[in-house]
Design a binder for this molecule. Sequence first.
Ligand code: NAP
Length: 319
Amino acid sequence: MRHLIIIGSGPAGYTAAIYAARANLEPLVIASSVEFGGELMKTTEVENFPGFPEGIMGPELMTRMQEQAERFGAEIVYDDVVSLELEGPVKRVTLGDGSVHEAHAVIYATGSAYRKLGIPDEERLSGYGVSWCATCDGAFFRQKKVAVIGGGDSALEEATFLTRFADVVYLIHRRDSFRASAAMQERAFADPKIQVIWNNEVAHIYGDEKVTGIGIVNTVDGTETTLDVQGMFVAIGADPRTHLVHGQLDLAPEGTIAVEGRSSKTSLPGVFAAGDVVDPTYKQAATAAGSGVVAALDAEHYLADIADAEKAELVATPR
Ligand code: NAP
């Protein structure tokens, strides 16, 4: 049986792995079969992670974190968790290949999943012009017109990135002010290829085999407009990935996993949570990394307490 299993391989999971491996806990990291490295694998340049004054590409940052965790003895498995048994002193993690892994403690750092608009044809045209990842799909839209939906940092970052390829980027937001950081806003407003459309929501996506246009509705006066675009990038935030722990761990009102105070302790002993799955507010790579540190230290103390209790029991009941 392992000391510790870490589920998730974003900044929280890998940072927890670095700390836990350095504490000789030999953690097993379940990194997912397709989405290993977390959200930063889908971003371009990360300018605000401390220690990289020139910026660093998201995938490179994640590769470095992974190598750092492995250097100290973390073992990484590229598979998905299909079920979890978290109650009791032995935690069981079942993977997609059917293997079952047991540990005294688990750190849950599964991040969040992109939100969908929930409108007709969004699913059907996903991969055929509808996308959630400009870095993955942007190059398909050279000299085309695209729309980006949202008003946060993600939407503005995607819009700015897409100007490398597309001729026109419509940035469609449901209100008349962005929630994105000032730096992101300045960059977007200064870009002649970005056309901001305030107070509008997407109601229709047109196209039989590929996106050919979208229908938008003004949230103030209800007027409808059709935009001729070949791509639509949805960047309206993300929801914490908690489906594996429903019914096992308590959730906060925001839908994130509930933790005790500033710790990573969940409602079950020996189960710790870190990163975006516990954070409804900040959601930064650096805060996720810090939260991974907290989880690793909490797990280390928990495991030390268990070891002490076992020793005390042996002393109390000598053979
Ligand atoms: P976010 O900050 O939650 O913004 C989501 C945006 O989508 C909001 O403008 C919201 O509108 C809009 N929206 C939500 N649901 C919608 C719907 N159904 N239809 C239309 N619009 C909808 O999400 P995010 O931009 O993904 O950012 C998440 C976190 O990651 C933030 O903390 C952000 O700072 C961080 N982040 C940082 C960077 C960076 O620093 N480089 C890059 C990306 C993300 P309202 O404004 O009206 O609510």
